[in-house]
Design a protein around this ligand. Structure first.
Ligand code: AMP
Length: 399
């Protein structure tokens, strides 16, 4: 089953389009947006609908208001930023449901944009409640999901709402995400290499399991590597280890080997005497981690090994930093790998907030093939899961 995209909808003119976007932007203490990539990411879809003279009703969540109205989570800053980016008025509705909102939507003219208030001001959103979803429709005739980053959530504005709007489609951001994912996982140009890092094995073991059937090489760095290394009998000192997952990790490692997937782990690391930016630190081989020290980054030999392993890759998928890259002393491994990935001749697909941040801080964002807007959603796709928000578009998109 395939998804219908907004450019396959014949008649948008004058139609009320409910567009689920992800404007969950970071704000500082004065409610200023510190980073607006998420808003910019949806501009192609919004501009397309504007060109077609649709009436656009935007819906998003912001932060975690936990089902209650809290002004600090208002969509006002996002509406204002969008208005600036478009050079056009974006009206903020007083709520996301109710008669006042409905009246506002009814009064819209072709080319108008209304931003609904935070959908998570109501508990029905996260409960995927049908009644709330029906109220959200506000008379809209077409549903467009361009919020990839929340499509792994069966929430009312992502899922249940499709029960109440006859025409459903996805936007261009979603199209990009799906296209790149397919290029990496469905029809990859090989060798295909997956790089996984980050703190923990938990949450990524399913990804590794699934990748064993798809990739040619797996590179594991970050804190998660130490559960594997401990399982292999190394003394990893106070490094992050999930004891209860050692067995599962080793099974996954064996599965990869049995399938002929080359599995790379760090051979050296930067160890510290405490988890602190000012901790004493040194580089040691994996065999020599002192008992009371912890490994917080991969070392130069691992960087060389991993860089060589991706030399001939044609496709690279990367999620998770190689170390505690937020602290200078433990950031070199991650940034060295950012450069190596950017220098490769592969199609490079980056996913997850931390990896995205590392690539940006490393100044290499423009040299990556694609940076996914989804953290959890990206990982769930890598796990081989169907995302609820995408599944409903597949099921209902062709009717
Ligand atoms: P995740 O959310 O699981 O992708 O983890 C990202 C976090 O992992 C980042 O904040 C890193 O600081 C952290 N991290 C990476 N390597 C290590 C390590 N060796 N020990 C502890 N934390 C780590």
């Amino acid at each position: 089953m395939s998804i219908r995209y907004i450019d396959e909808i014949k008649d948008l003119e004058g139609k009320k389009v409910f567009m689920r976007v992800d404007f969950n932007v970071p704000l500082d203490d004065n409610q200023n947006i510190t980073e607006d990539t998420r808003i910019r990411g949806v501009l192609p879809t919004i501009n397309y609908a504007l060109d077609k003279k649709a009436k656009i009703v935007l819906a998003s969540h912001l932060g975690r208001p936990k089902g209650e109205r809290k002004e600090k989570y208002s969509m006002a800053p996002a509406a204002e930023r969008l208005s600036k980016l478009l050079g056009k008025e974006v009206k903020l509705a007083p709520d996301c449901i109710g008669s006042q909102v409905q009246a506002m939507v009814d009064a819209m003219k072709p080319g108008d944009i209304v931003m609904l208030e935070n959908v998570r001001f109501y508990p029905g959103e996260e409960k995927n409640d049908n009644e709330f979803a029906q109220a959200l429709v506000n008379g809209c005739e077409i549903y467009v999901n361009d919020a990839f980053a929340v499509s792994h959530r069966a929430h009312a504005s992502v899922h249940a709402i499709t029960n109440f709007i006859p025409v459903v489609a996805a936007g261009f951001l979603m199209k990009n995400e799906m296209n790149y994912f397919d290029k990496a996982m469905k029809n990859p140009i090989r060798p295909l290499v997956a790089i996984l890092g980050g703190a923990k094995v938990s949450g990524k073991i399913e990804v590794l399991e699934n990748l064993c059937d798809k990739v040619d090489k797996i590179i594991v760095g970050g804190g998660m590597a130490f559960t594997f290394l401990k399982g292999m009998g190394y003394n990893v000192g106070k490094s992050l280890v999930e004891e209860d997952l050692i067995e599962t990790a080793m099974k996954t490692y064996e599965k990869a080997r049995a399938k002929g997937v080359k599995f790379y782990l760090p051979v050296d690391c930067v160890v510290a005497d405490q988890f602190s930016a000012t901790a004493e630190n040194k580089i040691v081989p994996i065999q020599e981690i002192p008992e009371s020290w912890m490994a917080l980054d991969i070392g130069p030999a691992s960087v060389a090994l991993f860089s060589e392993a991706i030399q001939n890759a044609k496709t690279i998928v990367w999620n998770g930093p190689m170390g505690v890259f937020e602290m200078d002393a433990f950031s070199r491994g991650t940034f060295a790998l950012v450069t190596a990935v950017a220098n490769s001749y592969a199609l490079t697909i980056i996913g997850g907030g931390d990896t995205d941040a590392a690539v940006n801080r490393g100044g290499e964002a423009s040299r990556m093939g694609y940076i996914s807007t989804g953290g959890g959603a990206f990982l769930e796709l890598l796990e081989g899961k169907k995302l609820p928000g995408i599944q409903v578009l597949e099921e209902k998109g062709n009717k």
